[in-house]
Design a protein around this ligand. Structure first.
Ligand code: HT7
Ligand code: ZN
Length: 848
């Protein structure tokens, strides 16, 4: 498959003004008629131009230009599309009409028009529209769409405003990737919203009959998102109608199609009995994310797919801020950084590392990555820190004013910040082109009463980028006096050179620095800090992120030492964490993060960062030993803490109640180590919501118990797919190292393991491969299990397979024996006949 390069970008020879689509729906033979008005692109003087249209798996029935049928032998068609020679193409513009036939039932890749539970639905980002009809399927081609849907389903939906049953008009020019169609026997949950300027908007969430009572939370989140975007970004909604549809078969989380968002049903449907606090928070975030795309993605879109971070990084940044505003910024930041380190730092450190704006790809679907999304959001957060809140808003206002209705690049984005603030951002822009996680080293100096920080930066080589240049790194710093108070106002240091010193002023005694507050840049901070200082920061830092970080780094160092050298448990850590757990002045959600130990994955990467090979069993053992010691240390207080964190009254997913339940669940995990599961079993029996039910089940399974409860859980929820996914996932992720493989092998033969459904596939295979001690068995059978399933899935769903093949990306961290076993499986996948280009690109890169 060819490599597509950013440097090869060229505007199209023809623009499109209007598209009229007519669908005659049939499960196996849907007919699609398109009428497309093309206009010459005056800047392409290199004509005459052939007409090249993208198209895959389409049966062409007829085609005409300006009403003249094109003879079949004049059309050059291959697997990727068709070409009409320039002599048949009026160069100043023309009307193209074509009829094609497609088979939605045979579409298991879930891209284009496909069927899920008897309903028709579409997924067009990034390049799915070409599986619906012939079209210049690229995001810089923006057109207005009119859609007519013929079919016997009671609900026939498309983008824009509804003119009549099955007839839709979208007045806003859009790229084809934002096209959507849904048809089926769906019920709606309705509400309304009035925009700041008084526009009345109908809101509808479409679900399967019976699921209407699980839509209230998503609807509430939608209305809060609409209001927030008006208040914080000055952005109003722009159609008479906003619809969300819940779909069971979906490759990703959700899709921001104009006026018709399509969601993986697990990110819409929620009730206290079926969804956990974490699910509610995730639903709120994804609803917001897709809604926010209406301005950052839809009204202003990407010129080409290399610019994906233009919409995704910005929209993630916006949804993170929204969640922070709705809940707690401090806790949200900890959560986001945990995700960033767990997924993006891992990606940046391995064979799949790429810049936030990649420069080449084989399959664009492989670039919907943590780097584009999460690091892309970090880059925007840094930009906001550097220019300040007011300038950020000024720049965003300019962005919307200047580029509304356009398909843009990162250059346009940077230019609005330069124009709005007068600041030169040439060096800052390297964040978009340079892959890898920078390492910032800190050295302190206190001499003659002055305190100086010496900072240096370096970025390790990544594939294709051996040498790196210095970046602009905003380092937020606070200085603490011996009594824990702030010894100086907090400052933002701008580290722009490889090495730089910052004189932070005169002090009577050496202050204790709190560096990179709020995790002000996505870097790895290297600073030799002793444990006493960590305990001091954990007790006194006013910055919630660094307060948490101090405890987390303390635990991580100890766990690394335990796993590598049989090191001892530091009693001072237990004292410090005990105090935090019981400190009622702290938010319970924060305390839950502070008391929760670094994950096995985090300990693994800390070991790798020291240049050592991780032993998954030793890491599992160390983590278990430390949590047992914590449980013993807090033994007298855990029952009280657990009781104090119980929430009375009917369930509410609000942040305060959720925070208490999170801390109660952490306490339960520790209690289970002491009481043989008595409290957990009781919680399971009495639970009236999913958060309590599943946390009790998880605690029991982790302790190697819970068989009765697991069977009861299955019986209760076997007809609810979203909950059943949790049942598969919890067994795979909480399984003990020895039992893990047997359990997942058994579950893979379970009649409910419908592997063709991406949610179900991911719920078993993903958590297993992320359970290090179970997956990295020294006999290699964990690797074989994953490879077997990837090979099987690739034949029907390349996109999801390729994404999951990334689970092998860390193979170089391990010892020679495991490396050989993993690469053996990767080669077996690579050698599979007819392997998709999606999976082949990922596996090829992982193998290097
Ligand atoms: N913009 C969307 C990304 C996407 C996607 C979603 C569902 C299925 C396939 C997809 N390919 C790309 C989702 C988002 O970032 O909001
Ligand atoms: Zn997005």
């Amino acid at each position: 498959a060819p490599t597509i390069r950013l440097s090869d970008y060229q505007e199209p020879a023809f623009w499109v003004d209007t598209v009229k689509l007519s669908f005659d729906l049939d499960p196996t033979a849907t007919r699609v008629t398109s009428k497309i008005t093309f206009r010459a692109n005056e800047t392409r003087a290199d004509g005459p131009h052939d007409l090249k249209l993208d198209g895959r798996n389409l049966k062409l029935i007829t085609a005409s230009i300006n009403g003249n049928a094109i003879p079949a032998d004049a059309i050059l068609q291959d697997a990727e599309g068709l070409t009409i020679p320039s002599d048949l193409v009026p160069q100043d513009g023309f009307v193209w009409v074509a009829e094609v036939e497609i088979n939605p039932s045979a579409n298991t890749a879930l891209e284009g028009l496909y069927m899920s539970n008897g309903m028709y639905c579409t997924q067009c980002e990034a390049q799915g529209f070409r599986k619906i009809t012939f079209y210049p399927d690229r995001p810089d081609v923006m057109a207005t769409f009119d859609v007519e849907i013929k079919g016997d389903a009671p609900v026939l939906l498309s983008n824009g405003n509804k003119l009549a049953h099955g007839i839709w008009h979208d007045p806003w020019p859009k790229p084809a990737y934002l096209f959507a169609l849904v048809a089926g026997d769906l019920k709606s949950y309705d509400d309304t919203f009035t925009t700041a300027s008084g526009r009345h908007v109908d809101l509808q969430i479409f679900v399967r009959d019976g699921d209407q009572d699980k839509c209230a939370y998503a609807m509430d989140a939608l209305k809060r998102s609409m209001k927030w975007d008006e208040e914080v970004y000055g952005r109003e909604y722009d159609l008479d109608l906003f619809m969300i549809v819940a779909v069971d078969d979906f490759n990703m989380g959700a899709m921001e199609n104009k006026g018709l968002n399509i969601f993986n049903s697990k990110y819409v449907l929620a009730s206290p009995e079926t969804a956990t606090d974490v699910d509610f928070e995730r639903i709120e975030g994804i609803i917001a994310h897709e809604y926010f795309h209406n301005w950052t993605g839809n009204r202003i879109t990407c010129r080409d797919w290399f610019q994906l971070c233009l919409k995704e990084g910005l929209t993630v940044f916006r949804d993170q801020t929204f969640t922070g505003d709705m809940r707690s910024h401090g806790v949200k930041r900890i959560d986001d950084v945990l995700q960033l380190r767990g997924r993006q730092f891992r990606e940046d450190a391995g064979p799949l590392a790429h810049p936030v704006r990649p420069e080449e790809y084989i399959e664009i679907n492989n670039f919907y990555t943590a780097t584009v999304y999460e690091k892309g959001a970090e880059v925007i957060g840094m930009l906001k820190l550097l220019v300040g809140d007011e300038n950020y808003r000024k720049a965003l206002d300019l962005y919307f004013d200047r580029h509304d209705g356009q398909a843009c690049t990162i250059e346009h984005w940077i230019a609005v910040f330069e124009d709005a603030t007068g600041r030169d951002l040439a060096q800052f822009k390297r964040w978009y082109s340079q892959a890898g996680t920078p390492i910032v080293k800190v050295r302190e100096e206190f001499a003659n009463g002055r305190y100086t920080l010496h900072l240096s930066q370096s970025t390790p080589p990544t594939p294709g980028q051996p040498d790196k240049l210095p970046l602009v790194i905003p380092v937020r710093v606070g200085l603490l006096a011996g009594d824990g108070s702030e010894a100086a106002p907090k400052q933002l240091l701008e580290l722009t050179q490889s090495e730089q010193s910052f004189d932070l002023g005169a002090f009577d005694e050496k202050p204790v620095p709190s560096i990179l507050r709020g995790f002000s840049a996505p870097v790895i901070l290297k600073h030799d800090v002793d444990n006493a200082t960590r305990a001091f920061l954990l007790a006194h830092d006013s910055d919630p992120f660094n307060k948490w970080e101090a405890g987390s780094a303390y635990a991580s160092d100890m766990l690394v030492d335990m796993a590598l050298n049989d090191g001892a448990i530091d009693a001072a850590y237990l004292d410090a964490i005990h105090a935090v757990a019981l400190d009622d002045t702290l938010d319970p959600a924060f305390r839950a993060f502070a008391v929760g130990l670094p994950s096995e994955e985090e300990i693994t990467s800390a070991i790798v960062a020291l240049g050592e090979k991780p032993d998954p069993d030793a890491i599992y053992g160390a983590r278990n030993a430390l949590s047992l010691a914590m449980a013993q240390k807090m033994a007298d207080d855990l029952p009280n803490l657990y009781t104090a964190m119980q929430v009375d009254g009917p369930y509410s997913p609000d942040a305060e109640a959720a925070g208490k339940r999170a801390l109660a669940s952490t306490a339960l995990g520790l209690l289970t180590k002491l009481d043989g599961g008595k409290t957990a079993a009781k919680q399971f029996d009495n639970a009236d919501n999913m958060t309590l039910q599943i946390s009790a089940l998880a605690a029991l399974i982790r302790a190697g118990a819970g068989e009765t409860q697991s069977a009861a859980f299955y019986d209760q929820w076997k007809s609810d797919n979203i909950v059943l996914d949790k049942w598969f996932a919890i067994q795979a992720s909480c399984a003990t190292p020895d039992a893990g493989l047997d359990i997942v092998q058994q579950l893979a033969t379970h009649p409910d393991f419908n592997w063709k459904n991406p949610n179900r596939f991911r719920s078993l295979i993903g958590p297993f491969a992320m359970n290090p001690a179970a997956f990295h068995r020294i006999d290699g059978k964990g690797y074989q299990f994953l490879a077997d399933w990837l090979i099987k899935l690739d034949a029907i769903n390349p996109q999801t397979t390729a994404r999951m093949a990334g689970l092998f990306e860390t193979w170089k961290r391990y010892d020679k024996k495991r490396q050989t076993l993993i690469t053996g499986q990767l080669r077996r996948i690579a050698d599979t006949k007819n392997l998709s280009k999606d999976t082949s690109e990922i596996v090829g890169k992982i193998l290097g």
